[in-house]
Design a protein around this ligand. Structure first.
Ligand code: PEP
Length: 250
């Protein structure tokens, strides 16, 4: 059985005190679940979050990292720095990193390889833009994002990969892919992973859906057979909404 996960990407939101307060609310409100629950505060609040959540089932994850071990990369954070404060999972390839910070498949290939070699788990984000979908190129775009950044990895690395399909047109827009559109793409993703690797690798990989998941639509999206949970942006900043989304996965 694949691992189900609900992960909250807090993006550039919440000061240290706001982070503490939201985590307190989450600890009080999150329902019991067999799914993995993750939150991704901003870098400066990771240490505090790890300390606050020590011993809890909520995993603290990072939103980004650099591909190098260390060195002259002003403003960047390495895998070792994250591991040293107790972070074991990193989000890579978020559409905002791709759109605003020029992250492309080649860079993401390097970042992912680095995270894997450091023993970290990667939540790898990808997804088509609106014009790709309108032009009927969404499968092609997604296939090429995965092939370029991930398919050079050995089979053994796939135990550390979580995929997050996030159609760019559905992120922060209130527009959600229908549960059928999500399922169709997730089944396609599983097929191309099976073709590139093995059916066993494809069957084992967790594939999250991201894009305007809210308490009102989460249960239907999560009910689809190839959707193993969600990467949640806006709604993860509110304890009640995030808890309701976690409850929707059961
Ligand atoms: C995201 O940023 O990964 C995301 C899915 O955002 P939202 O839920 O706000 O659409």
């Amino acid at each position: 059985m694949r691992k189900q996960i609900v992960a909250g990407n807090w993006k550039m939101n919440k000061t240290a005190s706001e982070t503490r307060a939201l985590l307190e609310e989450l600890q009080a409100q999150l329902p019991a679940t067999s799914a993995g629950v993750m939150v991704a505060p901003t870098f400066v609040n990771l240490t505090g979050a790890v300390e606050q959540l020590g011993g809890s089932a909520i995993e603290v994850v990072a939103q980004n990292m650099h591909f190098a071990d260390s060195g002259a990369y002003t403003g960047e954070i390495s895998a070792d720095m994250l591991a040293d404060i107790g972070i074991q999972t990193v989000i890579l390839g978020h559409s905002e990193r791709r759109a605003y910070f020029g992250e492309d498949d080649a860079l993401l290939e390097k970042k992912t390889a680095q995270a894997i070699s450091k023993g970290m788990q990667v939540i790898f984000c990808f997804g088509e833009e609106l014009e790709d979908r309108k032009a009927g190129k969404h499968f092609e775009v997604v296939a090429s994002q995965l092939k370029n950044a991930l398919f050079g990895l050995p089979d053994t690395a796939w135990g550390q990969i979580i995929l997050a399909y996030e159609p760019v047109w559905a992120i922060g827009t209130g527009e959600t892919a229908s549960p059928e559109q999500a399922q169709e793409m997730h089944a396609f993703i599983r097929k191309i992973v099976a073709d590139a690797y093995t059916p066993e690798v494809a069957d084992a990989v967790t594939i999250l859906y991201g894009g305007s998941v809210k308490p009102g639509n989460a249960a239907e999206i999560f009910s689809k057979p190839d959707v193993d949970g969600g990467l949640i942006g806006g709604a993860s900043l509110n304890a009640e909404d995030f808890s309701a989304i976690v409850a929707a996965i059961g």
